[in-house]
Design a protein around this ligand. Structure first.
Ligand SMILES: Cc1cc2nc3c(=O)[nH]c(=O)nc-3n(C[C@H](O)[C@H](O)[C@H](O)COP(=O)(O)OP(=O)(O)OC[C@H]3O[C@@H](n4cnc5c(N)ncnc54)[C@H](O)[C@@H]3O)c2cc1C
Length: 542
């Protein structure tokens, strides 16, 4: 039986903790990462692929923080272009091309947006120039742009593409492309890629303090929340990637640190796809920013807001005022206004913004900062999802400097621009075989496409789980349920279900991308069994 590369199940968790605490494996890690969001998992991947020994601790589940509550865009950020933040936009567009065409082509996909124009001539010239610069920057980058160039549209063309727009409110539009990703799934893919290359990853372990030798940080104390045990993990360098929890980690080293991370709340609503007839996503301008209306499977995701938040960081919540704000702005462009009844899901996330003085949160920089407040501790904060790889590289560059002071030899340069994420290998071949796979499995081609966009080149692989007789995967029971109760996602080693937690009232089945009764694992297990047995899929329940 071939184990799934980088699988993060309960056994892998136990083995990772044994290795990190020195019971099996290293007495001291080179790098210990705190935080299992996109930044922390990116840091673990960067470090392990440079040849360092690495551990990662996450207090809840992978992507349980901000990294499962974003707008799910891999983008340069038109808004930052307007704020003249050209460096950030160029860097983000370069990362967009890299992720789309090389590192995660199965997870990242192009998405078209209409930028509606409401005034004649001048607005078209202004927005057109901005989008020409946006596309120009992407084209001039190191990697393929991977998406079509922008295009000017007349009012009549817009009416054909988006019949639900109020025709009288627009003079035309410009269509441009960005990319989108299932943010929680991507974090799991980065973590699994790191684990595949040898990183030790453990969820439900909360860092509670630092081990010190004089000034120097030499590891952490932590609580294993699965087994209610205190742990000590030694590492030459600890990298903090705790997002909006950064200040709490700084307090553990006596409040020392140059970073002040301000949490800014962003809310999204989810509405059924048939409530707005439009072939493409679109954006709506607000007084201070823009709202994105993003196609997401059978739904639209609409957001976001940008307001300070100083309550419980683990549970940011949307208020009635947030929903009213979103509905009011999106309704400016819609013929049939949306109301609260149309909202089938809501989620809120916290941006980890680096704050200086007292700017409004929409003006605070999205750029990241890396600092070393005391020897042996590197802190990284700020940034955005799209540029996680650059953030991770900068953090490990800083860690490499710290490592040299402990007598560690030179650390190699980052290679993550050449390390595809799990599922990217063989993806193109599998995508070319989609019709063949559909014919062999008895599944519809659309179903194969759906699986490809989740598992990439891994579809058709033999799964690690087998039935008790050892002959095939367990199909009769849900692999992530125990005694009828769902297992904590940490025990499943995956966070693809994280989005489910953000539904109103915790209802299962109403969020984006969810289909009732279908678990993320099941289609793959079924498909794999079907591909192996050559039988029709009609008798297998998914
Ligand atoms: C509403 C919204 C929309 C956004 N949209 C986009 C977008 O479309 N595109 C884009 O590029 N960016 C977007 N962003 C920004 C992006 O989502 C964030 O910058 C990114 O997800 C931050 O990731 P992170 O890993 O730094 O933080 P997190 O994902 O919050 O990860 C930090 C982790 O650290 C863990 N942790 C904290 N303390 C401890 C401890 N003591 N021990 C162990 N673990 C600990 C937490 O549990 C958490 O999982 C958006 C942000 C928001 C809020």
């Amino acid at each position: 039986m071939t184990p799934t590369p980088g699988a993060l199940g309960p056994d892998a968790r136990d083995a990772a903790l044994a290795a990190m605490t020195g019971q099996a494996g290293e007495h001291e890690l080179d790098v210990l990462v705190v935080g299992g969001g996109i930044t922390g998992t990116g840091v673990a991947l960067d470090a392990v692929t440079r040849g360092l020994s690495v551990g990662l601790l996450e207090q809840r589940d992978l992507a349980s923080g901000t990294s499962s509550r974003s707008s799910k865009l891999i983008h340069g950020g038109l808004r930052y272009l307007e704020m003249m933040d050209f460096g950030l936009v160029r860097e983000a567009l370069q990362e967009r091309g890299l992720l789309l065409t090389r590192l995660a082509p199965h997870l990242v996909s192009p998405v078209p947006f209409l930028y509606p124009l409401t005034k004649p001539v001048l607005e078209r010239a202004y927005v057109g120039a901005g989008l020409a610069l946006y596309d120009g920057m992407a084209k001039a980058g190191k990697y393929d742009m991977g998406v079509p160039m922008h295009r000017h549209l007349t009012r009549r063309q817009v009416a054909r593409m988006a019949p639900d727009f109020k025709a009288e409110s627009i003079t035309g539009a410009i269509r441009y492309y960005d990319c989108q990703v299932d943010d929680a799934r991507m974090v799991v893919a980065v973590a699994r890629t790191a684990a595949k290359h040898g990183a030790h990853v453990a969820t439900r372990v909360k860092v509670t303090g630092f081990l010190r030798e004089g000034e120097r940080v030499v590891g952490v104390t932590a609580r294993d929340l699965e087994h209610d045990q205190d742990l000590e993990i030694r590492a030459r360098v600890v990298v903090n990637a705790a997002g909006v929890w950064t200040d709490e980690i700084q307090e553990m080293v006596g409040g020392r640190g140059a970073l002040h991370v301000q949490a800014s709340k962003g809310v999204h609503i989810v509405v059924p796809r048939d409530r707005i007839r439009s072939e493409t996503g679109f954006i709506v301008r607000t007084e201070t920013s823009v709202l994105f209306v993003i196609p997401w499977g059978r739904h639209w995701i609409i957001g976001t807001t940008d307001t300070p938040w100083d309550l419980d960081k683990a549970h940011p919540a949307a208020s009635r005022r947030d929903l009213d704000y979103i509905l009011e702005h999106v309704n400016e462009i819609l013929r049939e206004p949306l109301d609260h009844e149309d909202v089938v899901g809501v989620y809120a996330g916290l941006r980890p913004l680096l704050s200086g003085e007292s700017e409004p949160t929409s003006k605070i920089s999205r750029e990241h900062t890396v600092v070393t407040p005391v020897p042996g501790l590197v802190m990284i904060a700020g940034g955005k999802y799209t540029t996680y790889r650059v953030m991770a590289r900068d953090a490990i560059d800083a860690a490499a400097h710290s490592l040299r002071t402990t007598g560690h030899g030179a650390v190699r340069d980052s290679i993550t621009d050449r390390v595809p994420l799990v599922g990217a290998e063989s993806y193109e071949t599998r995508a070319n075989q989609r019709v063949l796979l559909a014919r062999r499995s008895g599944l519809h081609v659309a179903r194969i496409d759906h699986l490809l966009a989740r598992y990439g080149g891994q579809i058709g692989r033999r799964p690690a789980r087998r039935s008790p007789d050892g002959r095939g995967p367990r199909l009769g029971r849900r692999p992530h349920r125990r005694g009828g109760r769902p297992l904590p996602a940490s025990r499943r080693g995956r966070a693809a279900v994280a989005a489910q937690a953000h539904r109103p009232g915790g209802r299962r089945g109403a969020g984006p991308g969810h289909r009732p009764g279908v678990t993320p694992e099941m289609p793959r297990a079924c498909l794999t069994r079907l591909l192996r047995s050559g039988r029709s899929g009609s008798r297998l329940r998914t």
